[in-house]
Design a protein around this ligand. Structure first.
Ligand SMILES: CC(C)(COP(=O)(O)OP(=O)(O)OC[C@H]1O[C@@H](n2cnc3c(N)ncnc32)[C@H](O)[C@@H]1OP(=O)(O)O)[C@@H](O)C(=O)NCCC(=O)NCCS
Length: 153
C-alpha cells in the first residue's frame, strides 16, 4: 500500500467529488446501479452503520460498508459494496479496509457479520476466506419486493 493511502471511517464531511468517486467505485462492481447521490451516502453513514474509505491524495480509491442493525437476537452486521479501484488492487488496500471495518464492528459489540459474494468474484472469495469468513450451513432466500399483487392477505 502506498504511503499516501489513508484508511479511515468516512464521516459526514465528505465532498461532492468524493460522492462521484465512490459512485464510480460502486459502478465498477455493479454498472447498472444509479449514480450515488449525497442523500444516499448520508443515509449509509447513519449510525450504527459503518463506511470505510481508502483515499490516495484525497481521492477515494476504495470503499466498503457494513449495514449494522438491531434484531431481537442482538446487533448484527452485513457487508455491502466492497470495491477497490482497478489500478489500486493487489496493494493490500482491500484487506486493510476489511480489517478496519471488522475492528470497528467488534468495538460496537457486533458479534457476527455476514455477506454474500458471487463465486465468480475470485479475488474477493480468497480475501474473505483469508479473513476468516466461512460458508454457513443455511439457505439464503431472496425475493424482489415490488411485485406484491400475489401476496395473500
Ligand atoms: C476484492 C477486492 C476489493 C480486493 O481488494 P485488493 O485491494 O485488491 O485486495 P488486497 O491487495 O488487499 O489483497 C488481500 C488478499 O486478497 C487476496 N487477493 C486479492 N486479489 C487477488 C487476486 N486477484 N487473486 C488472488 N488472490 C487475491 C490475496 O490473498 C491477497 O493477499 P496477498 O496479496 O498477501 O496474497 C478487489 O479485488 C475488488 O475491488 N474487486 C472487484 C469488486 C469485488 O469483487 N468486490 C467484492 C464484492 S462481494
Amino acid at each position: 500500500m502506498k504511503k499516501t493511502t489513508i484508511i479511515r471511517r468516512l464521516d459526514y464531511s465528505f465532498t461532492s467529488e468524493m460522492v462521484s468517486e465512490i459512485s464510480g467505485l460502486i459502478k465498477q462492481i455493479s454498472p447498472s446501479v444509479p449514480d450515488l447521490d449525497k442523500r444516499t451516502l448520508e443515509r449509509c453513514l447513519t449510525p450504527p452503520s459503518v463506511v470505510i474509505s481508502a483515499t490516495d491524495n484525497n481521492k477515494v480509491v476504495g470503499i466498503i460498508m457494513a449495514v449494522v442493525y438491531w434484531s431481537l437476537s442482538g446487533l448484527k452486521a452485513r457487508i455491502e459494496d466492497f470495491s477497490v479501484s482497478a489500478e489500486y488492487r493487489r496493494q493490500g488496500i482491500g484487506e486493510s479496509m476489511l480489517y478496519e471495518l471488522l475492528k470497528t464492528l467488534y468495538a460496537k459489540g457486533t458479534k457476527e457479520v455476514s455477506l454474500s459474494c458471487n463465486p465468480t468474484r475470485h479475488a474477493a472469495t480468497i480475501l474473505y476466506k483469508k479473513a476468516g469468513f466461512r460458508k454457513p450451513h443455511t439457505n439464503i432466500y431472496y425475493r424482489k419486493t415490488e411485485k406484491n399483487n400475489d401476496i395473500k392477505t
